[in-house]
Design a protein around this ligand. Structure first.
Ligand SMILES: C[C@@](CO)(OP(=O)(O)O)[C@H](O)COP(=O)(O)OP(=O)(O)OC[C@H]1O[C@@H](n2ccc(N)nc2=O)[C@H](O)[C@@H]1O
Ligand SMILES: Nc1ncnc2c1ncn2[C@@H]1O[C@H](COP(=O)(O)OP(=O)(O)O)[C@@H](O)[C@H]1O
Length: 274
C-alpha cells in the first residue's frame, strides 16, 4: 500500500503553560499542507524480518528508531498476528522544520497498516495510538484544519476560508529541535483569542495572529526574520514561522500570486496552494 504523508502548518501558536510532566499546554490551528513524503508498506516475503528502506532527505538518527517502524511495532504489540512487513520511505518534507513530517509519516503508517491488514480500527482508536507516538501525530489521522489544544493532541472544529489560497514555505536548512525550542519559551496567555482573530480577514492576521516560538527563536536565528520580511516584500498578506521552526511560510490573498523570489541555494522552497 502506497500513501503520501503530508506536512502541516501552524496558524498561530500560543504556549500557555508548562505542565508538571515537562510538556506544555498550547493553542494552535493545524492546517494540512500538500507537501508530501511517499511511504509504501508491503508484507515481507516469507522468512524476512520487518525492515525499513529510506531514500530522499537523510533522516538523523538510527533507522531502527524511525517513527514509521515505531508505528508498525505499536500496532503489532496489540495485533501479534500482523505479519512482518517491508516499509519504504522516500523523505521529501524537511526535518526539524515545524512541518510535522515525522508525525505525519507515523500517522499515515498507522492508517496504512489498518487498511492493508483490515484491522478495522476506528478514527478515535487510530488517534489514541498516534498520541503515543508524538504530540502532533493525532492531527494527521483525520488530517483536516482544527484548533488544537492541551498537548496539541485534542481538537476542536474550526471553519477557515483558506482552501486554495497561494502559499510559499521556505526552509532555511536549519534543524531546530522541538524540545530545545520549547525550552526557550516563557509560557503565557494568547495576545489575541485565536479563534476570533482567524475569523477576521487574512490581511488583519499580521497584527493579531502570532507564533510564540518566533519571538523565542529569532534572537538566536535571525534568518527567520529575514525570510519573513522577504515574504511580506513579495506581497504576502500573512507570514509566520510554522510550529517550532525553522520553516517560515507566507499566505497570499485569493487570486494574487507571489512575486518572484530569490533564495540561497541551500534553502528548500515549496510553492503551491493550501
Ligand atoms: C511544536 C509543535 C507545534 O505543532 O510542532 P513541531 O514544531 O514539532 O512541528 C508540536 O507541539 C510538537 O509536537 P511533536 O513534534 O509531536 O512533539 P513530541 O515528539 O511529542 O515532543 C517532543 C518534545 O517537545 C516538547 N513538547 C512537545 C509538545 C508539547 N505540547 N509540549 C512540549 O513541551 C517536549 O520537550 C517533548 O519532549
Ligand atoms: N519518518 C521520520 N521523518 C522525519 N523525522 C523522523 C522520522 N522518524 C523519526 N524522526 C525523528 O524525528 C525528529 C523530528 O521530526 P519532524 O517531525 O520532522 O520534526 P518537526 O515537526 O519539528 O519538523 C528528527 O530528529 C528525526 O530524527
Amino acid at each position: 500500500m502506497l500513501v503520501f504523508p503530508n506536512a502541516k502548518l501552524n496558524l498561530g501558536l500560543y504556549v500557555t503553560e508548562r505542565r508538571p510532566d515537562g510538556f506544555h499546554w498550547l493553542e494552535s490551528v493545524f492546517l494540512p499542507l500538500p507537501w508530501t513524503d511517499a511511504l509504501e508498506i508491503v508484507p515481507a516475503p516469507a522468512g524476512q524480518a520487518t525492515s525499513i528502506t529510506l531514500s530522499g532527505r537523510p533522516i538523523p538518527g538510527d533507522p531502527a528508531t524511525n517513527l514509521c517502524l515505531k508505528a508498525y511495532e505499536l500496532l503489532r504489540a496489540d495485533y501479534p498476528s500482523l505479519p512482518d512487513a517491508q516499509l519504504y520511505l522516500h523523505k521529501m518534507v524537511p526535518i526539524g522544520a515545524g512541518l510535522g513530517g515525522g508525525s505525519a509519516d507515523a500517522a499515515f503508517a498507522l492508517k496504512a497498516v489498518n487498511d492493508l491488514f483490515s484491522l478495522g480500527l476506528s478514527l478515535e482508536k487510530l488517534e489514541s495510538y498516534a498520541r503515543r507516538l508524538g504530540s502532533d501525530c493525532a492531527f494527521f489521522i483525520r488530517n483536516q484544519p482544527v484548533l488544537a489544544v492541551e498537548r496539541g493532541d485534542v481538537f476542536e472544529e474550526i471553519e477557515l476560508l483558506v482552501a486554495g489560497i497561494p502559499c510559499v514555505v521556505v526552509y532555511p536548512n536549519l534543524h531546530i529541535s522541538t524540545a530545545e525550542a520549547y525550552g526557550r519559551i516563557v509560557p503565557g496567555p494568547p495576545t489575541h483569542p485565536l479563534r476570533e482573530a482567524l475569523a477576521q480577514p487574512l490581511e488583519t492576521w499580521r497584527d493579531t495572529v502570532s507564533n510564540d516560538f518566533e519571538q523565542a527563536l529569532t534572537p538566536a536565528f535571525p534568518v527567520l526574520a529575514d525570510i519573513k520580511r522577504q515574504l511580506y516584500t513579495a506581497g504576502a498578506a500573512y507570514a509566520s514561522l510554522s510550529g517550532s521552526g525553522s520553516a517560515v511560510y507566507g499566505l497570499w490573498p485569493p487570486g494574487s500570486e507571489p512575486a518572484p523570489l530569490q533564495w540561497p541555494v541551500e534553502f528548500t522552497v515549496w510553492q503551491g496552494r493550501l
